[in-house]
Design a protein around this ligand. Structure first.
Ligand code: UD1
Length: 424
């Protein structure tokens, strides 16, 4: 991920802290982004609530505006109206965030053709869009890729289409489900679909606007294309990854606290891992209490698509396990090279080796503060947690990564006793 323009590089200074207290979770970035992309399909006015104010959300809003939509964003509410007019999404916007590729299908449905740059590489590994392209072709899109640009045109397609994804990709599932929702008279089945809660949230949003979609949250999604989607109001689901990050930071610093405004069922696998490693967890209706006073025990974790352990919490759980008693293993099955945080954690005294997509974490007594660099969003969040755990002072550089995905991160950590300063 390249540096967002206009954002001066800054860093965080952290001191050892026991995180205690209550933290309220924002709306889910990964639900808001595909919902905003899908808003292109809606002709009437839309109001989307509980949208986190983040760099990634701002980038998606920029894209909607570039395409011709009128967008207002205030107090976590996005109001969208107007028509899609412009068929090109420039590289400058796509390179900032891969999720921007998901506007291609809706854009082409609205204007008959469209052009979106091919997203580039990313710090967490190779992230192709071949499943998106394969699926769009099945939906009747004619696609040419030249000079890093994807040119797409809408042609006719079969009345019944089955798309079988080689891997349950979240982005491809969302992109294809959204696009299929407005293919009037066409029945589409997505097999081996991603089951993430954000996919379900997108289904709920589209259905509220008049789409006919069932099955999200299972491996098979059925879409009956309709002629028009109407406007309305929708509230985005809470961010399970933000929730998991705060729960882990409280537990990792031997603190206790309440993570509020969440859907606890979205993180069942994390609660199980926390319990098995010695952290007390109490689940309530919309919040979870964690108490990390006990010494952590090692565990083996298999990172998998939902409902497996989420790849977006892999760096944070690794930090938590870095001081556990015994040796843990984390097998990363979603982004096999998502281990850039390991070298930085080693600089802070952790004992971690990566062999063939598996991290072996030998628990140490303590971490020690150092200057480290964030390489991507979740890796940077993990280093911030490590900074709260470590003796001495830690500097976490490349602040912009974390600002892409954590709303009000400084006041939220300060609210639970985190000694954190943001310097720019
Ligand atoms: C989404 C999330 C991201 C999370 C990831 C996995 C958003 C905005 N981002 O990303 O935070 O880490 O899900 O839970 O929701 N793949 C292909 N070809 C494709 C598409 C994907 O080979 O066309 C591969 C990827 O390289 C990766 C795996 O499939 O190895 C999963 O990727 P995917 O689920 O698509 O991730 P994203 O949707 O990009």
């Amino acid at each position: 991920m390249l540096i967002n323009e206009g954002i001066k590089l800054g860093y965080f200074i952290l001191e050892k802290s026991h995180l205690n207290g209550e933290v309220k979770i924002s709306g889910a970035k990964n639900a808001a982004l595909p919902i905003l992309a899908a808003s292109l399909l809606v002709d009437d006015g839309l109001e989307i609530k509980n949208v986190p104010d983040l760099l990634d959300v701002r980038t998606m809003i920029e894209i909607l505006k570039t395409i011709g939509k009128s967008v207002k964003f205030e107090n976590n509410i996005v109001k969208i109206s107007g028509d899609v007019k412009n068929k090109v999404v420039p590289y400058d916007l796509v390179r900032k965030m891969r999720a921007s590729f998901n506007v291609l299908g809706p854009l082409v449905l609205k204007l008959g053709e469209g052009q979106v740059s091919l997203p580039g590489g990313c710090a967490i590994g190779v992230r192709p869009v071949d499943f998106h392209i394969m699926g769009l072709k099945k939906l009747g899109f004619e696609i040419d890729i030249e000079h890093g640009e994807v040119f797409a045109k809408k042609e006719n397609c079969e009345k019944e289409v089955i798309i079988n994804l080689p891997f349950p990709s979240v982005g491809a599932t969302e992109h294809l489900m959204t696009t299929a929702s407005l293919l009037n008279g066409v029945k589409v089945t997505i097999e081996n679909a991603a089951m993430e809660p954000e996919v379900v949230d997108l289904q709920n949003f589209l259905n509220k606007m008049g789409a006919i979609i069932t099955g999200a949250g299972t491996r098979k999604i059925f879409i009956k294309g309709v002629k028009k989607l109407r406007g309305g109001s929708y509230t985005v689901v809470p961010d399970r990854i933000e929730a998991g990050t705060y729960a882990l930071s409280i537990a990792a610093t031997f603190g206790e606290g309440l993570v509020k405004n969440i859907v606890p069922e979205h993180l069942e696998v994390l609660w199980e891992v926390l319990k098995e490693t010695g952290t007390d967890v109490k689940i309530f209706d919309k919040s979870v209490y964690v108490n990390g006073k006990n010494k952590k025990k090692a565990i083996n974790i298999n990172v998998q698509p939902y409902p497996g352990f989420p790849t977006d919490l892999q760096p944070q759980i690794m930090v938590y396990l870095s001081v556990a008693h015994g040796t843990s293993m984390i097998i990363e099955n979603v982004f096999k090279n998502r281990f850039h945080h390991v070298d930085e954690l080693v600089r802070m005294g952790a004992k971690i080796k990566v062999i063939d997509g598996t991290a072996i974490i030998e628990g140490v007594e303590k971490l020690s503060g150092a200057k480290v660099e964030g390489t991507d969003l979740r890796a940077t969040a993990a280093l911030i947690i490590a900074g709260f755990m470590a003796d001495g002072v830690t500097e976490v550089h490349n602040d912009f990564h974390v600002l892409r995905g954590y709303e009000n991160i400084i006041p939220k950590f300060e609210g639970i006793g985190g000694k954190i300063k943001h310097l720019r």
